[in-house]
Write a protein that binds this ligand. Structure first.
Ligand code: F6P
Ligand code: MG
Length: 463
């Protein structure tokens, strides 16, 4: 259902926009020119197939049910998941109506169904908004797993997250060698040195988002290394690809307070999470932060997103000398780094926080009304850092704003006065905050796919 509103029409957006008809038209799979179409037609079916493959790889092994490592999982439940997830893929590929989520014991199924009834009656996978549909797909995968009781703790994406982290050895080693020990007093006493380090680490954190398991499902170790080199050794060259760069504005803001609370709304696990932690660590070591809250997902989400279990696993993988197989001098540095991070966690200076809202289909324009408790907590923060593409899409309602729309306008009235920093590599159509001429310059280079290739990124700040 196309929106009747043209971009920029809504000077006074409604208090609670309709998720299927937001103030500015949103991306939909029915638009064949957009990245929504190939995503729903090709990429998401591949992801769903990988879920089926992951289940089959486990249960189709000899002696599966008797193997204690399988934790009592049954073949009957495995077949149920395969059937349910297969049905989801069929419904998507035949553009069927979005069905209710069944009562799978998760506390949010009723809310999903109310939203489906109220805003998406009769909507199909390609006619509804891309943002909502893609979130709905991951919620349906969760439903299939929850309704197979012996598989409830199964994360279908765990293997891909683990193997991508293993392939990140070189980039991890680069960052460890630079950041394993606290900055020397000579650095800390030089405001310019600290400013430059902040610039560098924001970019580390930004390009840590460029690698994406759902965007690049057949990653080779070489591609991983090439992409990650931007987040370690290749920063200077990559800076030209930041199409809107508010790092200095963010630095000015962050410099106004020491010992502050900083919040990270995390995106992907594995290397991206590692780069986020290096940055968060640095904010503590330089006195900017006294408390950092990491917001994580409650269910396996968009293939690579971080849950509490991924966070814990990352620390365990770093401490396992066999995981990367680093030389002992490097492994000793890794251990020092992780010991410091564990200290923050033990002292409550680093906190992990889950909230279902991050795994809903809602754009962040709805946070105050849908998750008032979370919004109130976030209001205590001196800076909220939103990582990645999906968080950015949710901030700007995944809508077709003119590219020069100010970021503060596109994130909606609810964030007015709240310090927000988005670090996002471009993997979807929506983009705002660009200066006049930036889009034309990128197109002149022949980068037709600049909105979603992850070659370009934005660092956008508003308060
Ligand atoms: O599939 C939609 C999408 O936004 C992609 O374009 C992107 O690959 C993925 O979801 C999520 O990206 P990120 O992990 O950066 O949020
Ligand atoms: Mg993600």
């Amino acid at each position: 259902m196309p929106s009747p509103n043209a971009p920029g029409d809504a000077t006074t957006p409604p208090a609670s926009p309709n998720p299927n008809d937001p103030p500015v038209p949103a991306s939909r799979g029915s638009d064949k020119q957009s990245f929504a179409f190939p995503t729903l037609a090709k990429r998401v079916p591949v992801t769903i197939t990988k879920v089926i493959d992951a289940v089959c790889r486990i249960y189709m092994t000899k002696g599966f049910e008797a193997d204690p490592r399988n934790d009592g999982k049954t073949t009957a439940d495995a077949k149920k998941i395969v059937a349910d997830v297969g049905r989801l893929r069929y419904e998507l590929q035949h553009d069927r109506k979005l069905e209710h989520i069944r009562d799978d014991g998760e506390g949010d199924f009723e809310e999903w169904n109310e939203v489906l009834d109220k805003y998406f009656p009769g909507a199909t996978f390609f006619s509804a908004t891309w943002l909502f549909v893609e979130c709905y797909v991951y919620r349906r995968i969760r439903e299939a797993i929850q309704l197979a009781p012996t598989w409830r703790s199964f994360d279908p994406f765990l293997e891909s997250k683990t193997s991508s982290f293993k392939d990140s050895a070189k980039a991890v080693e680069d960052l460890v060698s630079r950041f394993w020990e606290p900055p020397k007093p000579a650095i800390l006493s030089s405001p310019e040195a600290v400013r430059l380090l902040f610039h560098e680490l924001v970019q580390v954190c930004l390009w840590g988002n460029s690698m994406d398991l759902s965007l690049l499902p057949n990653l080779t170790a070489e591609t991983v290394e090439e992409l990650q080199s931007r987040a370690s050794s290749g920063l200077a060259a990559a800076e030209a690809n930041i199409l809107r760069n508010d790092i200095e504005a963010a630095w000015t803001h962050i410099g106004q307070k020491s010992g502050a609370q900083i919040d990270f709304v995390l995106d992907n696990a594995a290397f991206e999470l590692f780069s986020d932690l290096v940055f968060a660590d640095h904010l503590h070591l330089t006195g900017r932060a006294a408390k950092t809250v990491f917001h994580v997902k409650t269910i396996p989400w968009f293939v690579s997103d971080t849950m509490i279990s991924d966070f814990d696993l990352l620390l365990a993988q770093l401490l396992d000398p066999a995981f990367f197989g680093f030389a002992s001098a490097t492994q000793t540095k890794v251990e020092a780094l992780v010991a410091r991070w564990k200290g923050y966690l033990q002292r409550g200076e680093w906190v992990l926080r889950e909230h279902r809202f991050w795994c809903s289909g809602f754009a962040f324009w709805h946070i105050a009304e849908r998750a008032p408790d979370l919004f109130e907590q976030l209001n205590a923060s001196h800076l909220i850092i939103f990582k990645g593409d999906l968080n950015y899409r949710k901030l700007v309602y995944d809508a077709h704003w003119p590219v020069t729309t100010p970021f503060a306008e596109a994130i909606g009235p609810v964030w007015a006065g709240v310090p927000v920093l988005a670090l996002r590599t471009n993997k979807a159509d929506c983009i705002v905050g660009l200066d006049e001429g930036v889009e034309a310059a990128v197109l002149a280079k022949g980068d037709e796919d600049w909105r979603w290739s992850a070659k370009y990124g934005v660092v956008e700040f508003a308060k």
